[in-house]
Design a binder for this molecule. Structure first.
Ligand code: NAD
Ligand code: UGA
Length: 434
């Protein structure tokens, strides 16, 4: 049994802590947010992530997982400290490193024994060296330590299975022995382990996210061309995906990518390139076209309704993707704001994100289910592909609406079936006569 400390109990930190505990380690998870720790100690989860609550409770009961706000408690007798604090976008697209800097400084000030500091946050290339300098600067006396980069690749909504069955584990360090020790913690996951230098490990994370975002922006551009030429992008993606060099993942055309990571990480990578005098044209275009989509869907709905002034639009789904309550950079935010700016009244239903959406979108009215949402709407827009929307009673929805018009931003319905039910239906990239 190893003793591990996880610093930052958010989407990544809490999953990391619970999963390492479930793998038989003793984990102390730490956060500066006192309310969050108090709630966790009372069994109240700070985020919605399928399966996480059960995993947390099981490991707390087994005394393998506990929560604290005290760095000295967390670091006591700990050999490994994982940092999983946020790295949001700064003003110019750069990663804001204040939370990582604060965590590294407090670890340095508090540690009393040799420590391997492992960075799980997504951080600019060069951060490992910068963190080592911070730790040296703030240590009260010289205590040996190593910095290891261990970027996280989990997705929200499937975070536990992504952690437990990763495609790979990437480790980077200037200290090979430390990297090997961290590799040992991951051996039971039975995934390939890539051990490299710090900067390369940090770059693998950015390059991976940027590539996935590029793949989505690419299929969205193909969707627009499909729409203009009368092809169906869903079938195009299936046909492309059988080619192993392409693969079927990340080829769902729709509203473009959002979330806490793709937007900030593509921008941060472009920022790093520009700082070195490079011109990252692909990255900048990938971001630009992604945000264009949000305006484009509003233009489409406006055209279909002959204007938005005085119209009531119902939004099915607000979270940036299904199975999460995360609203960070959700396309729904820009879309709702644009609809409101055009004079529409906006109502919404989401199974779990309504609370988080409230502060971001105070002007929208929220409802408790899709049928109440549909009542007297001029149009419904599917913004998140929650499973529960796939099998709703569409006749009931149609009868509740003022005009049965659906803009399906996630292509969850069959165009022919929708038209047979009497809807005016528009998906994304589904051809002009489908
Ligand atoms: P988050 O905002 O959900 O959680 C961060 C937590 O860190 C918060 O609870 C905050 O209170 C805490 N914190 C801030 N400063 C602290 C400090 N000095 N000491 C202790 N705790 C502190 O963030 P997240 O979504 O979990 O992302 C964390 C990192 O992981 C980011 O770099 C992100 O890019 C990366 N990442 C996120 C995901 C994801 O799906 N969310 C996936 C892979 C990688
Ligand atoms: C993404 C990556 O997939 C993870 O590997 C990575 O660890 C994480 O970012 C991170 O660094 O935070 P996540 O943002 O949770 O994970 O979710 P994804 O499933 O990748 O979706 C991201 C966005 O792309 C969502 O808005 C989703 O709706 C959109 N998307 C995804 C599409 O539009 N089409 C697709 O085919 C897939």
């Amino acid at each position: 049994m190893k003793q591990i400390c996880v610093v930052g109990v958010g989407y990544v930190g809490l999953v990391t802590a619970a999963c390492f505990a479930d793998l038989g380690n003793r984990v102390i998870a730490l956060d500066v947010n006192e309310k969050r720790i108090e709630n966790l100690n009372n069994g109240i989860m700070p985020i919605y992530e399928p399966g996480l609550e059960e995993l947390v409770q099981r490991n707390r009961r087994a005394n393998r997982l506990c929560f604290t706000t005290s760095y000295s408690d967390a670091l006591n007798e700990t050999e490994f400290a994982f940092i999983a604090v946020a790295t949001p976008s700064g003003i110019n697209g750069e990663a804001d490193m204040q939370y990582v800097a604060a965590a590294a400084q407090t670890i340095a000030e508090t540690m009393t024994a040799p420590l391997i500091i492992i960075n799980k946050s997504t951080v600019p290339v060069g951060t490992g060296d910068w963190m080592a300098d911070i730790v040296k600067r703030y240590q009260k006396k010289t205590i040996p330590f190593a910095v290891v980069s261990c970027p996280e690749f989990l997705r929200e909504g499937t975070a536990i299975s992504d952690f437990m069955q990763p495609y790979r584990t990437v480790l980077g360090s200037f200290d090979h022995e430390a990297a090997e020790k961290v590799a040992q913690l991951h051996l039971s996951l039975r995934a390939p382990i890539v051990i490299t230098d710090l900067r390369t490990a940090e770059m693998i994370k950015y390059a991976s996210n940027a590539f996935l975002a590029t793949k989505i922006s690419f299929i969205n551009e193909i969707a627009d061309i499909c729409e203009a030429l009368g092809a169906d992008v869903k079938e195009v993606a299936i046909g492309m995906g059988y080619d192993k060099r392409i693969g079927p993942a990340m080829l769902d055309a729709g509203l473009g990518w959002g979330g806490s990571c793709f937007p900030k990480d593509v921008k941060a990578l472009a920022f790093m390139a520009e700082e070195k005098g490079l011109d990252p044209k692909i990255l900048n275009t990938v971001t630009h076209t992604n945000y264009d989509r949000r305006r484009k869907v509003v233009r489409n709905v406006k055209k279909m309704l002959g204007g938005l002034e005085g119209k009531t639009i119902g939004l099915l789904g607000l979270a940036f993707k299904p199975n999460t309550d995360d609203m960070r950079e959700a396309p729904s935010i820009d879309i709702a704001q644009e609809l409101i700016a055009e004079g529409a009244t906006v109502r919404a239903y989401d199974p779990v994100a309504l609370e988080n959406a409230h502060n971001l979108l105070p002007a929208i009215e929220t409802t408790t289910d899709p049928y109440t949402l549909a009542r007297d709407c001029d149009a419904l827009m599917v913004l998140t592909e929650w499973n529960e929307f796939k099998n709703i009673d569409l006749e009931r929805v149609r009868d509740a609406m003022k005009t049965p018009l659906i803009f399906d931003g996630r292509n969850i319905y069959d165009p022919a079936e929708m038209r047979a039910l009497g809807f005016t239906y528009r998906g994304v990239g589904r051809g002009f006569d489908r």
